[in-house]
Structure formats: structure tokens, C-alpha cells
Write a protein that binds this ligand. Sequence first.
Ligand code: SF4
Ligand code: SF4
Length: 144
Amino acid sequence: MAEPALDKAFKHKVAKYLEGRLPTNCDTCGVCSSACPVHQHVTAFDPRKFVRMINLGYKDELLGNTAIWYCALCNTCTVACPQDVRFKQIMEVLQKIALAEGYVPPSFVDELRKIEQACQAYRCEQIASRLIELNPELHKTEVT
Ligand code: SF4
Ligand code: SF4
């Protein structure tokens, strides 16, 4: 199988959206991946690996992968990183570039928002159901 073409300038493109901050200070410690709630369920979603791919120039592999849209944008990785890499912001940049360069159609953004809203409704419904099970005296706020 042919090796993927590398784009050595990709990290600079990402950095342009981050006030010039290159993600090259990553020391691959893996703290971000360990802390990431998405990685705990989808091991292929691996912040440490993604930073490495950016630095090595695997642009097409990253931007053409559904995984860059799995990020919950919770900021846990950024808070945990000892090297101040700010991976949550990097994920937002990858999504922005993927949209701008046509890796995904613009209409997907609306779909993504709908999925996120449905997730929030599901979460609240589950929390309410469990709480009412534990204490039927509680007042349930209806989830619409
Ligand atoms: S926590 Fe920071 S330094 Fe460690 S692998 Fe993740 S991005 Fe790199
Ligand atoms: S912002 Fe994204 S990559 Fe970072 S911990 Fe949250 S879900 Fe994981």
C-alpha cells in the first residue's frame, strides 16, 4: 500500500489559527489521551496520536477522518496537558479547516448541532430517571 503523502506545512497552518502556537512542544506523555472522556470509549480517538500526526504532516488522514468530529470540546485535555498544548482548541481548528477545505459539507454543522442537542436531552432524561428511581419524592423537570 502506498505511503500517505505528508504535508510538512500542516502544523504551521494549524498554528496560524492559534496565534502562531505550534503544537511541537508536545512530549507525547499521553496525559491528554488518558483524561479524554471520548478516548475512554473510542480508543482510536487519541489526542496524543493526533498531535503527533499534525506535527508529522498527516493532513489528509486527519481531516478526512470522522474521528475529528467525535471531540466533545470539553477542554479536559487542555487543562491536563503539562506542556500547554491546548488540544481542544486544536480540535476546533481541525474541524474549521476540514469544513473550509471541503472534507465535509457545510450542512454537516447543522447535523452535528442536532446530535449534540439530542445527547443533552438524553443525558438529562437519564439523570432525572435515575434520581426519581432513587427518590420518588423529587420533582422532575420535564426534558423537551
Ligand atoms: S498531554 Fe500535552 S504533552 Fe502530553 S501528549 Fe497530550 S498534548 Fe502532548
Ligand atoms: S476536548 Fe476533545 S480531545 Fe479534549 S478531552 Fe475533551 S473530548 Fe477529549
